[in-house]
Design a protein around this ligand. Structure first.
Ligand code: UDP
Ligand code: MG
Length: 327
């Protein structure tokens, strides 16, 4: 990330949003010009094939706040947001959709909440203007599930409109479609997360870039998040634990086979439990080995990048704290 110099960066991922850009830009300008903030608008053109890039360039001619990043091809919304976060110069970063569904008028409220001492303020589209069956319902289930599993209970993970302190995004690397999990990822580092109800509007022009296959991606991402959040520094606990369960099953079923053979004279080679026992034994060994491999990977990851396995808020040295007492 570059050195923060401005108060605010608005980050907008753009993929084929040609007709939405000018109205959105006008709205943002009219909201922000009255705020007395230094800011930039960072549009990330995610390989648009319509005239989005040309439209952005046209706006830039008369707009000193607009910076444009153009991708060579379509890399996806998460990648676009990542690039925006990386190049943003604001101390606070606010991402929003390019299609006009998020309302720029909510930005001051998000910022105000952030000033109350939060690191992340997440928008909650309480009244969504999307298809109820294919969008709103799956999203409700997903939000509930994500809340249960990550322990960060938000009503609306999927809302792009959020406000972040730039530092809280620094340690987070985004892969796949992980942008909706940022609050959950950030909590690992102890960030404080709040929620504010925001306005939601129907898409102005163009059509949505997502279909129902998003559901599977969210589920898989969720497994990854859970794993990373709970066990990324001790994978042997997960894999070894599963291995232990399999080993136990193997021993029990092996014992039953022996008992049937010795006490009941039941032939071993006709007993399916023998096979169960062998398969469980093999699986147990595999799980433990996988756990050990994962342990090596985790060590490589943390040690090669000198990444600590904790986050320190601050360190108080004796002289400093004594000085503070006097003052
Ligand atoms: N978007 C993007 N790259 C993609 C897909 C989407 O940059 O590959 C942008 C899109 O231009 C919009 C935002 O991500 O600004 C949200 O997309 P969309 O409105 O299609 O999602 P929905 O609101 O339907 O969830
Ligand atoms: Mg949209």
């Amino acid at each position: 990330m570059e050195e923060p110099k401005l108060d605010l960066s608005i980050v907008i991922p753009v993929f084929n949003e040609e007709s939405n850009l000018e109205p959105l830009h006008r709205e943002i300008e009219s909201v922000l010009s009255g705020q007395g903030l230094t800011y930039e608008i960072l549009a990330v053109d995610d390989g648009s094939t319509d005239g989005s890039f040309e439209t952005l360039q046209k706006i830039q001619k008369t707009e000193p706040h607009l910076r444009i990043i153009r991708f060579r091809r379509n890399f996806g919304q998460t990648a676009a947001l990542s690039a925006g976060f990386k190049h943003a110069r604001g101390r606070v970063i606010v991402p929003m959709d390019a299609d006009g569904q998020n309302d720029p008028a909510d930005i001051p409220r998000l910022l105000k909440k952030l000033q109350e001492g939060y690191d992340i303020v997440s928008g909650w589209r309480k009244e969504r203007k999307d298809n109820p069956v294919t969008r709103t319902l799956p999203s409700r289930i997903a939000n509930w599930l994500i809340g249960r599993i990550t322990g960060v209970r938000l009503h609306d993970y999927g809302c792009t409109l959020k406000a972040y302190r730039a530092e809280s995004l620094k340690p987070i690397r985004l892969y796949g479609e992980m942008h909706r999990f940022i609050p959950a990822l950030a909590r690992w580092g102890g960030e404080k997360v709040a929620e504010v109800v925001v306005n939601h509007r129907p898409r102005r022009h163009g059509k949505t870039k997502y279909g129902l296959n998003r559901i599977f991606k969210v589920l898989l991402d969720l497994i990854t998040i859970k794993f990373l959040a709970s066990f990324s520094t001790k994978p042997i606990y997960v894999f070894g634990g599963l291995g232990m369960v399999c080993l136990l099953g193997s021993i029990v079923s092996g014992a039953v086979v022996l008992y049937m053979k010795l006490a009941l004279q039941y032939s071993m080679n006709r007993n399916p439990l023998l096979i169960v026992s062998l398969i469980l034994m093999t699986t147990a060994v595999q799980f433990v080995l996988m756990g050990l491999l994962a342990e090596i990977l985790v060590r490589t990851y943390h040690e090669s990048q000198d990444r600590p396995t904790y986050v320190i808020e601050r360190i108080l040295e004796p002289a400093e704290s004594a000085g503070e007492d006097k003052g």
